[in-house]
Design a protein around this ligand. Structure first.
Ligand code: PLP
Length: 389
């Protein structure tokens, strides 16, 4: 009856079952995985975010495959405020970053072709690959004791094996908070030229950089050496995932870029998935992004400082990896048992919910992922109960 691509393991894992059990019993859970920004105590000024919908232009349907020009101009303005100059003609709007991935996989890969994905990283990729009939292949992010580095040799090895159409970067990465360095980009560009691969750079967390990391951050929106697609969207830029607006900024050598944009336009024209009210509203919202981003930065900075202080005051039992950006922190500790078993026990015995590292494909055991977006009182209480420090 069903396609093989949807033969997923659909049963709940022991941790989700334990969480559902706690909720069913009405037990209080200190959730240190909070990733829904709209439920984490941010203040969204109603006059800005709802007032912008009171716009008569939203009663007019003007189908425009790349997205309304004024919305693309607003996104170009958002890039300009970050020092990246690009033409609205090189921007394509989508309903979300996830949809952007789908469109790009469709643009670049035939069934059975491969896309190179970072590990550890965001768990949605394997589903996006399955749904679009591409083979996920993984390259490693390796911690060298000071920082996370891309294993470019593993990219070259995979590319040599053939059929690799794109390399995905998540920058800053979820959950390691790391991003590509200038030296790595130089070598990656050379590999992409040699093996005819495109780069897809997911920069949804690009606005959330910690002190000391800002000067090193590189947006691939300026990368003209190889065909590059930079993804972003309101779900992180304004902490408004429900508004459903993402974007793809394309760059690259002139001819191939023009061809890519023309083909992408046919894909977006087939769906026309971005709604008009949000495109009109984003014109007012994007110049005010700081209203939300300042609050988010304060939150993640406060929580990270608490976590680092906790680790520093402990007896060396837990290591907090350095974080350059994003909404997550990763801890490594000797848990004395498999991560999932430990996480289930933590939940049942102390009512604290964390994500085990294997959700994100860490190579070794002993990783715990925490959301820095968690409301600080809950974060402090929950972290204090971790007993790994
Ligand atoms: C790295 C990364 N990319 C993309 C997304 C999804 O963004 P969107 O809501 O725009 O699909 C997320 C959501 O958490 C994410 O962590």
């Amino acid at each position: 009856m069903f396609s093989r691509r949807t033969n997923w393991e659909l049963s709940e894992n022991p941790l989700s079952l334990a969480l559902a059990g706690c909720k069913a019993k009405g037990l209080r859970v200190l959730d240190l995985t909070e990733s829904n920004p709209t439920r984490a105590g941010m203040e969204y000024p109603a006059e800005l975010f709802l007032g912008a919908f009171n716009n008569k232009e939203s009663l007019i349907y003007a189908p425009e495959p790349k997205g309304l020009l004024k919305a693309r101009q607003a996104v170009a303005g958002y890039f300009a405020a970050r020092g990246v100059v690009l033409s609205p003609e090189h921007l394509t709007l989508t309903a979300s970053t996830s949809e952007a991935y789908s469109f790009l996989f469709r643009l670049l890969a035939d069934p059975g072709d491969r896309v190179l994905l970072p590990a550890p990283s965001y768990p949605l990729f394997s589903y996006l690959a399955d749904i679009n009939d591409v083979e996920p292949a993984y390259y490693r992010l390796v911690f060298d004791g000071l920082q996370w580095r891309m294993d470019l040799d593993s990219i070259e090895k995979a590319a040599e094996a053939g059929k690799c159409k794109a390399v995905v970067l998540v920058s800053p990465n979820n959950p390691t908070g790391s991003f590509i360095s200038a030296v790595e980009l130089k070598r990656l560009n050379a590999l992409c030229v040699k093996y005819e691969m495109a780069i897809i750079s997911d920069e949804v967390f690009g606005d959330y950089l910690f002190e000391g990391a800002k000067d090193r951050y590189i947006s691939l929106a300026s990368n003209a050496e190889v065909l590059s697609f930079t993804l972003g969207g309101l779900s992180k830029a304004l902490a408004l995932p429900q508004m459903k607006l993402g974007w793809i900024a394309a760059n690259g050598p002139k001819d191939i870029l023009a061809d890519a944009l023309a083909r992408l336009e046919v894909i977006t024209d087939t769906f026309l998935s971005v709604n008009t009210p949000v495109q009109n509203a984003c014109v007012e919202w994007l110049p005010q992004a700081h209203v939300i981003q300042d609050q988010v930065m304060r939150r993640v900075t406060e929580n990270l400082a608490f976590l680092n202080a906790k680790a520093a005051a402990g007896n060396g039992g837990a290591y907090v990896y350095p974080v350059d950006g994003g909404w997550y922190a990763v801890l490594r500790a000797d848990l004395g048992m498999p991560e999932d078993e430990w996480a289930v026990r933590l939940l049942k015995e102390k009512g604290v919910y964390v994500h085990p590292g294997f959700y994100f494909d860490f190579e070794t055991e002993g990783h715990i992922v925490l959301s820095l977006f968690t409301p600080p009182d809950i974060f402090r209480q929950g972290v204090s109960l971790l007993s790994v420090f």
